[in-house]
Structure formats: C-alpha cells, structure tokens
Design a protein around this ligand. Structure first.
Ligand code: CTP
Ligand code: MG
Length: 229
C-alpha cells in the first residue's frame, strides 16, 4: 500500500473512568477499537494499518484487528504503545513499510469517524503535498479568564478550529517532525508545524468526535443504536 494508517489505541482512558483501557470498552456491544477499525478497513484504497495497543493488551488488540481486517489482514500489524500519545505514535511510525508515502494518524477514540473523512484526508495530502487535518468551527463563545476565573476577554472565534483525526502527512515530513521532537506537544500537526511544515485544514465531521467522557460514550451508543444496520 501507498498509505499507512496508525491507529493509536494505547491510552488508559482516565476521563472515561471505565474498568480497563478505553479502546477495549464496548460501545453497543463492540469494542471502541473495533468500531474505529471498521471505518479504516472500508477505505477506498487498501492501506497498511498499524494498531498501537494498550500496554499489556496486545493480544486483545490483535484479536480485534484480525477480525476487522478480513481479507486485508496481510496489511495489519499490532504494536504496544507508550505512556504518552506521542510515544505511542512513534511506536507505530517505526512499523511503517517501505513504499508508503502518506501516513495518517488516527485516534481509536474517534470510533465513529466516517470512512469518507479518512479517504478525504489521504486524498488531500496527495493533492497538496502538505499535512492535512480535519477541523470544525468552534460553536461556543470562547473566553479568556484569569487565575480567579474572572472573564478577561472574548476570543474572536472566527479563525479558531477544533481539530480531529485522522491527521495526514507526507511520510518524510512526519518522520522528520518526530525525529526533531523534544518537548511533548498536543498533536501530530503541532510537531509538524514546530519544524516549519505546512498543515492545512479540511472540513471535519461531527461523527468524528472523540469518546473522552462517560457522556461521549453514551452519545456514541445512541448513535450506533440509531444507525440502520
Ligand atoms: N493514546 C495512546 N497512547 C497514550 C495516550 C493516548 O495511544 N499514551 C491514544 C488513545 O488511545 C486515544 C487517542 O490517543 O485513541 C486520544 O487520546 P485520549 O482521548 O486522550 O485517550 P486517553 O489518553 O486514553 O484518555 P485520557 O486522556 O482520558 O486518559
Ligand atoms: Mg489522553
């Protein structure tokens, strides 16, 4: 394949407060990781898929990945992640095959991301030759506050975006960004812009929200239950 998708699923899910790692928590009877991989394996062009599993739970991730991959299972590998998301992505990046020139990094926690969003990011990276991040306008009014929670000012939200995944990059650019990374930054796009790389946004999708809190899990469950089978 020309494209690799690193699905990071190694997080603990502290804010979800479930018994085990977030990616293995069920949404409507199937683990979050399985929902996420279903979207990845429906991509238009077959991609190399690298699942970054919760530490110590490689076997569980492997079982889910094999079940989702079906005929594409030659292109799937599973590695264990690290303490930080950045470390987990780096573990996945080390497994990208020769011949791949576009790499997508995707949160397993964005379990209901439409396949079209994965295809659109991969296409846009190839067309523009830059990093590509799906993004949504910010709906709420945003305030800057002081240390004592008093409002200081209102931020103009027009140029603000909330970003999602997959974040896609020319492989060489992402490799260079990770090689140069020193301090932990919040996402892959931040590492790429830190070395002067260009990252453009495309329209994101509401369904690509990240399952972070119990409320998000409930929302995902309602959406899956409401979707036609
Ligand atoms: N992730 C990872 N390795 C980590 C931390 C996060 O692979 N050390 C992954 C998560 O599995 C998730 C994605 O990065 O798919 C986004 O992270 P987040 O939503 O913050 O997940 P968690 O870190 O697991 O949740 P929390 O921050 O609430 O603990
Ligand atoms: Mg986290």
């Amino acid at each position: 394949p020309r494209t690799a998708v690193i699905v990071v699923a190694a997080g603990r899910g502290t804010r979800l407060r479930a018994a085990g790692p977030k990616a293995l928590v069920d949404v409507a009877g199937r683990p979050i990781l399985q929902h996420a991989l279903d979207g990845v394996f429906r991509m238009r062009e077959p991609a190399q898929v690298i699942v970054v599993a919760p530490p110590g739970r490689r076997d569980d991730a492997e079982r889910i990945a094999r079940a989702c991959a079906g005929a594409a299972s030659d292109y799937v590998s599973v590695v264990e992640g690290a303490d930080t998301r950045q470390g987990s992505v780096a573990a996945g990046l080390a497994r990208v095959e020769d011949g791949v020139d576009v790499v997508l990094v995707h949160d397993a926690a964005r379990a209901l991301t439409p396949t079209e969003q994965l295809d659109a990011v991969a296409d846009a990276v190839r067309e523009r030759g830059t990093g590509i991040v799906p993004a949504l306008p910010v709906a709420d009014t945003i305030k800057r506050i002081t240390g004592s929670a008093v409002i200081e000012s209102t931020i103009d939200r027009d140029p603000l975006r909330a970003v999602q995944t997959p974040q896609g990059f020319p492989r060489a650019l992402l490799d260079a960004a990770y090689a140069a990374a020193t301090e932990p930054l919040t996402d892959d796009a931040a590492l790429v812009t830190a070395i002067g790389g260009e990252v453009a946004t495309i329209a994101g999708h509401e369904s690509a929200f990240k399952i972070t809190t119990p409320w998000d899990l409930r929302r995902a469950e309602l959406l899956v239950d409401a979707a036609p089978a």
